[in-house]
Design a protein around this ligand. Sequence first.
Ligand code: SAM
Length: 132
Amino acid sequence: MAVWLAGRGLDVVAVDVSPAALAAGAELVTREQPPGRVRWVEADLDAGFPVEEGRYDVVVCQRFRDPALYPAMAAALAPGGLLAVTVLSEVGDAGGAFRAAPGELTAAFADLEVLAHGEGGGEAHLVARAPA
Ligand SMILES: C[S@@+](CC[C@H](N)C(=O)[O-])C[C@H]1O[C@@H](n2cnc3c(N)ncnc32)[C@H](O)[C@@H]1O
């Protein structure tokens, strides 16, 4: 996702705890040479969201779920910034510790303008905009 965003000209901060995941991304950048830049940050998100508040035009979190991070993800958005989140969901699945409860994303990001939201087939997604 980081390289895809950089391919559209964005300067990206990509956070992951795995050096292997970061190295794979960096290799992709070398191959594709996107117009935007990617800064790779090795960090454990269980310890918090290591980015500045109010700074980012886009915040993307795909298939990593930690409800404790939801407030920091919203706070990282610049005015009018876009948030895109995809998590595993209990909706359409058997449930479990790593899956979002029904309505979790819309409740967590109620202060944002929801542009798209869906739950089903074991997955939930939300796209929302911060107030301008
Ligand atoms: C299911 S993969 C999703 C990867 C990518 N976002 C995608 O959609 O293809 C989950 C990612 O979260 C990372 N991850 C897991 N626990 C983490 C943590 N505590 N802090 C930071 N990254 C973590 C893993 O290393 C892995 O790259």
